[in-house]
Design a binder for this molecule. Structure first.
Ligand SMILES: *Cc1c(COP(=O)(O)O)cnc(C)c1O
Length: 397
């Protein structure tokens, strides 16, 4: 073992085939093919000189795991490489990453411009928490560059999510980032849906990319985690202003699970894409389905997505009783989240029936007839058989 634990020095290049990048590792200590889990809160120093060298900033070496941890750094290096980012910082959850990124860029009296229909908890962060600190948030139609251009002057952050949650509206990233750059506005995008394999926002001018790593990066529904990637100076700003004090650090074991899960990310996404598109096309042709909200059906002329994942929504016709449909499903389990091996279903109806106000699902562009699916890794004909029998049962005799 090295005297000072360090992340492996393997150069990771963003231009490498992601299959190679994620499967091929330099050997770790003793020739291990998997990085060790540094399950430790602190890292001691051999002597006073080593302590001083570290504290004076002459070498970056782990000191305490609320700061750097070598296993977490393995995860950060991989995501940075895939995103084509100079640096990345892991977090305890996607929301920890989102809040730390946004809070590093705003101050009292400032303003955020946010595309409509973003992830519901990000929306609530903007609606409920930021106004308490004197930050206002304007929601705009991200599909309308003129509306975004009008809202931008004087803002400090443009918050994007492409495609958006639940309704999967897309944005023209190069156009919006050019507008933001002209106004000196920092752009932050939630890239959880596409992952860096199917969308590389930094190459389209985005400043900071956030992920819920709980979804496809993990891929196994066994961890909650997040990450922010971007220019070194912007990540340094997060490290300076928010990360140490909000304290939402990623644990070494969760990072180890993420490094393991990501090895199969390209393979899993191919399968989610294929099965998701197949199910979406069949639903589109089904007489009990009113419309399908999948960014791969009728794609806009200009898109920065190079692939689609297994998440999309559809609306059933009035003939379908949504709770009966949900209960008739056998393979699609009822549950939040997505991105794992398993297929999931979420009706918008339950959220709509919750108390109104900012938590109302209506704000997210859905109707009581909207149902979201995550198409997992199961056999696509089994999944289709499950959906079609449930639709028929829910439409009654
Ligand atoms: C789940 C999710 C988040 C939040 O991530 P957590 O890891 O649950 O905190 C953010 N954005 C999107 C699009 C998500 O689906």
């Amino acid at each position: 073992m090295p005297d000072n634990p360090q992340p492996s020095e393997m150069p990771i290049r963003g231009d490498e085939d992601p299959f190679t990048l994620l499967a091929h590792d330099a050997p770790f200590p003793d020739g291990a093919v998997v990085p060790p889990i540094y399950q430790t809160s602190l890292f001691t120093f051999a002597d006073y000189a080593a302590l001083e060298a570290s504290f004076s900033g002459n070498n970056r070496r782990p000191v305490y795991s609320r700061g750097d941890n070598p296993t977490v750094m393995e995860f950060e290096r991989r995501v940075a490489a895939l995103e084509g980012a100079e640096a990345a910082r892991g977090f305890a959850s996607g929301m920890a990453a989102i809040s730390a990124a946004v809070l590093s860029q705003v101050e009292s009296g400032g303003r955020v411009v946010c595309v409509r229909h973003v992830y519901p908890d990000a929306y609530r962060l903007f609606r409920k928490l930021l106004p308490r600190f004197g930050v206002t948030v304007d929601f705009v139609d991200g599909g309308d560059p003129d509306a975004v251009a009008k809202a931008l002057p004087g803002a400090s952050v443009l918050y994007l999510e492409n495609p958006t949650s639940w309704v999967f509206e897309t944005q023209d990233l190069p156009a919006l980032t050019a507008l933001a750059r002209r106004e000196g506005v920092c752009t932050i995008i939630d890239n959880s849906y596409a992952t860096p394999l199917y969308q590389k926002p930094i190459s389209h001018g985005v400043d900071l990319v956030v992920h819920s790593a709980s979804k496809y990066l993990s891929g196994h529904s066994d961890t909650v985690a997040g990450i922010v990637a971007g220019r070194a100076d912007l990540i340094a700003r997060i490290n300076d202003l928010t990360y140490p004090y909000l304290g939402g650090k990623l644990s070494p074991f969760e990072a180890w699970l993420l490094v393991r899960g990501m090895r199969t990310l390209p393979l899993r996404l191919q399968r989610h894409q294929e099965s998701g598109l197949e199910i979406a096309r069949r639903l589109k042709d089904h007489p009990l389905v009113a419309r399908v909200l999948h960014p791969g059906l009728n794609p806009p002329a200009l898109t920065t997505l190079s692939g689609y994942s297994g998440l999309f929504s559809f609306e059933v016709t009035e003939a379908v009783v949504v709770p009966v449909f949900i209960d008739a499903l056998r393979l699609f389990k009822i549950g939040v989240s997505w991105g794992g091996h398993e297929s999931l279903v979420m009706p918008a109806l339950a959220g709509i029936r919750q108390a109104g106000g900012p938590s109302s699902m209506i704000d997210f562009g859905v109707s009581p007839l909207t149902v979201r699916l995550h198409v997992g890794l199961e056999g696509v004909s089994d999944l289709w058989a499950d959906l079609s029998q449930a639709l028929e049962r829910a439409a009654g005799p």
